[in-house]
Design a protein around this ligand. Structure first.
Ligand code: AMP
Length: 283
């Protein structure tokens, strides 16, 4: 595995792959890798000849009072995990490699970035779209892999790829969960044992609503009410919304198109997000 920290070396290394006509897969991450990240890597390796994993804790997607400075980091462990999975290239640029002094050009996503996390984290998706487009330009992958856990991020990145004519296929990989259902997240490490138990309310609520949906329930208020009962255990529910899977606007009731039930909640001082897809055949 090549561990690379500069764009110039990344380009040089990837040139060989490109001249051999190899398909390049890309998995952008903020590190502190877990099985969710590893599922993205496995998906890339199944579909591509060369997999590039990036680790970069992107400052522009954190708000001023968010956890940028305390975000969990363990580069040596991440490197070992990537080596163990036979990742070809681990790209770990420093902040100045990504954001040169005087940096002032951003990618501004549109309406898809406004609801849900966008309304509670102003500027978050601007930071995401900017760093993802920069990383896309550095790596120039054929395919890029994102997790369904960040449902709105997937929608924003897909839209950006279309709107900016990026010749990159965007693949969404299903959410990987702990055995008890908690969605894997680097931020889970902030949770105490007691908070970890209460955090289960999120996945339990979403999965109870999914069960109701699978039993035939199509009324939005009913599905939300089923999830909400479980979510009483969290400290602060930021949102619980059933949204159209394409537009991210409130889904029509009764449901007649695929939708996503998305939640964000604080357990202690940790903000967690999760979602389930309520899939219906296209009409
Ligand atoms: P992060 O390091 O949290 O920025 O995440 C990097 C990528 O991993 C994003 O595309 C996430 O959506 C994805 N990811 C994070 N957690 C999970 C999970 N539990 N299952 C699948 N993908 C995930």
């Amino acid at each position: 595995m090549h561990t690379i920290t500069t764009v110039a070396e990344l380009r040089r290394t990837l040139e060989k792959s490109r001249s051999a006509d190899q398909r390049v897969g890309f998995v952008p991450t903020m590190g502190y890798l877990h099985d969710g990240h590893l599922a993205l890597i496995a998906a890339s390796q199944a579909q591509c000849d060369v997999t590039v994993v990036s680790i970069f804790v992107n400052p522009t997607q954190f708000g001023p009072n968010e956890d940028l400075s305390s975000y969990p980091r363990d580069f040596l462990r991440d490197e070992e995990l990537c080596r163990g999975r036979c990742v070809a290239i681990l790209f770990a640029p420093g902040a100045h490699e990504v954001y040169p002094i005087d940096f002032q050009t951003f990618v501004e996503p549109g309406d898809l970035a406004k609801p849900l996390c966008g309304s509670f984290r102003p500027g978050h998706f601007r930071g995401v779209a900017t760093v993802v487009s920069k990383l896309f330009n550095m790596v120039q992958p054929d395919v890029a892999f994102f997790g369904q856990k960040d449902f709105q991020q997937c929608a924003v990145v897909r839209r950006m790829a279309i709107d900016l004519n990026l010749p990159i296929k965007i693949v969404t990989v299903p959410t990987v969960r702990e055995q008890d259902g908690l969605a894997m997240s680097s931020r889970n490490r902030y949770l105490s044992e007691e908070e970890r138990q209460r955090a289960l309310a999120i996945s339990r609520g979403l999965s109870a609503a999914l069960d109701e949906f699978c039993s035939g329930e199509r009324h939005v208020e009913k599905l939300i009410a089923v999830a909400k009962k479980h979510l009483e255990a969290v400290d602060r529910l930021q949102y619980l919304e059933l949204i159209d899977g394409d537009t991210l606007k409130a889904a029509d009731s009764p449901l007649h198109r695929s939708a996503a039930l998305c939640a964000a909640a604080y357990v202690g001082s940790t903000r967690l997000i999760d979602n389930v897809i309520l899939a219906l055949p296209a009409q």
